[in-house]
Design a protein around this ligand. Structure first.
Ligand code: A2P
Length: 274
């Protein structure tokens, strides 16, 4: 048996005794987008409740020990299954194994979800911006598929910036899924706008989202007025540098940061950054 086959077997194994506070769920589907990105769906435990946009600790048994990392739940709160969107890091403690999962394998999940990218943490507004880079689109994959988002906002703008075009595919697939969905298509209507950009390849829409906010191109392209704290709300999910730079731009436009216990005009997810 070679080393990688051995690793695959580790990843597939359910623990002999499932620890308290942990669910052991079955992988239902896996889709690989690039050498660095994949998505998987797994069973949802009966009784597991979360708010769209929250994250959970996802883990695998590696040898005798479970390894966990924070993952945004990418599926909406009403979905019978759970979806996650992940990077693959060749020597990543969890993702070197997680990238090898197949339908039928067991994935662990701690029972308590949490997070700040929830509708409850924002004060009422008209237009909701979701700013994401890379796998930071995951919590928004949940929120754009939740009818509550469209009850609370007239317009929802999802920006997704990646280095390369291939990395945008998950976002395009989500739009397609919504357009073809039996009840979401009607609920969403034309309220949702997708604004994908890349930074390291030629493409119709190019540049860091921070530059596109600062130079106003984002607003011109979308045909909307500049950021206004009276009507605009924001959610940000990406790398540490992206969070900081985007936050500064929103603050400059007069928006203030909120939290679950203190709703305001924008929120940031800090769980994924090291
Ligand atoms: P760039 O290619 O100019 O670095 P990463 O994979 O490094 O997390 O980057 C994902 C995307 O986020 C890339 O398109 C990257 O652009 C962009 N990005 C990186 N840092 C920032 C930042 N401080 N503000 C806005 N976007 C950023």
């Amino acid at each position: 048996m070679n080393v990688s086959a051995k690793t695959e077997e580790f990843a597939a194994k359910a623990p002999a005794n499932i620890p308290d506070g942990v669910y052991a769920e079955t992988v239902l589907a896996v889709e690989h987008y690039t050498d660095h990105l994949f998505r998987f769906r797994m069973t949802r435990p009966a009784g597991f409740r979360f708010r769209s946009g929250e994250f959970a600790m996802i883990g695998l048994m590696v040898g005798e020990k479970p390894i966990y990392r924070a993952y945004s739940i990418a599926s909406p709160a009403w979905d019978e299954e759970l979806e996650f969107f992940s990077i693959k890091v060749q020597d990543g403690p969890l993702t070197q194994h997680l990238q090898k999962i197949k339908p039928g394998d067991t994935v662990l999940m701690r029972k308590k979800p949490t997070g700040t990218l929830v509708l409850d943490a924002l004060t009422p507004g008209k237009r909701l911006y979701m700013f994401s880079t890379g796998t930071g689109i995951a919590p928004f994959a949940s929120l754009i598929r939740d009818p509550e988002t469209y009850e609370k906002f007239d317009e929802v703008i999802l920006t997704h910036t990646c280095r390369e075009i291939a990395e945008l595919k998950y976002g395009f697939d989500l739009m397609e899924e919504i357009r073809n969905h039996e009840f979401l298509a009607e609920v969403v209507g034309d309220k949702l706008k997708h604004y994908p950009t890349v930074t390291r390849e030629d493409y119709a829409f190019q540049g860091r989202i921070t530059d596109l906010i600062a130079n106003g191109k984002l607003f011109t392209d979308l045909g909307v007025p500049p950021l206004d704290p009276a009507v605009d709300r924001g959610m940000i999910c990406g790398s540490t540098a992206m969070l900081k730079d985007t936050k500064e731009l929103l603050e400059k436009a007069g928006l203030t940061e909120g939290a679950n216990n203190k709703p305001a005009e924008f929120v940031i997810e800090r769980a994924f950054v090291g």
